[in-house]
Design a protein around this ligand. Sequence first.
Ligand code: AHG
Ligand code: MN
Ligand code: MN
Length: 332
Amino acid sequence: MKTLIQFINETQADFQYATGEFTRLLNDIGIAAKLVNREINKAGLADINGYFGSTNIQGEEQKKLDVFANDCFLSAMRYGGMVCAVASEENDELYTYENAFSQKGKYVVAMDPLDGSSNIEVNVPIGTIFSIYRRKGVSGPGTVEDLLQPGNQQVASGYVIYGSSTMLVYSTGNGVNGFTLDPSVGLFLLSHPDMRIPEGGNIYSINEANYIYFQQGVKNYLKYCQQDDKSTNRPYTTRYIGSLVADFHRNLIRGGIYIYPGTVKNPNGKLRLLYECNPIAFLAEQAGGKASNGYERILDIQPTELHQRVPFFVGTSHMVEMAEKFMREYAE
Ligand code: AHG
Ligand code: MN
Ligand code: MN
């Protein structure tokens, strides 16, 4: 079995930013993931469930595990010295490393340290999402401008899913590979080489309780998903966990579309461009799928704010294209 580190070392030779530094950064992320995994596995036993007693910039209450995961990833990257700044869901402002060693780091990272954290207490899969860019400035602390790059500039992205097994799935722009944690030896082992999103899937994933707030294009696409037509495998089937990582991971393996659209109340939807949509969109495209805001490619959107939100349609190409067709018909 090939380990994550063996795989990274072998494949970095083909990678345009082939430096040992990048390998170390992915390794640091893997180490933090193992620490977070260990804590998550104790949920229900140790006093780590529940709220931390604070809210983040989006006004969401932080759970203890949100804060723990954030600290874990921030410190793993601090001591590696590859990263000069991190945009995190759990930090209002850009997090910059104060030590001179880190300020020489060539990379900046955007991350959702714990995705789906409302699902912690109910034993449903949760995740970590990360997105890596080369910094734009050459020295000193990283800046917000270093992070405000369109997703097509990502050098790598990935997620960790803490599920029935724990997996790390990532891409450096040359396909998508998945590694499963063998807890007995503490190693991520290559279990899902060259992941491709199936064209023949029939899953649609959306929080349909918001139906009355959806735009007409989304409503009509949902009706399309529910119509009977054997030649196109309809009606599709609904699966919705409420953890983006878990919903996307399932659709990546089975084929399907995940939608978090804009609503009347929140025209930009809920999900954040930098650390939820861009990294997942990069993986989707690398696996042969698509990601859109309903009208344009997610990866081409020029971000203007660290915590900006965007409507999200991601998954099997023809399903995303069909959803876009319905959106365009009713574009206001
Ligand atoms: P987070 O836990 O990082 O705040 O993200 C939760 C997100 C995402 O994981 C999920 O797909 C979505 O919220 C679910 O939202 P709804 O409960 O509105 O469906
Ligand atoms: Mn999230
Ligand atoms: Mn989160």
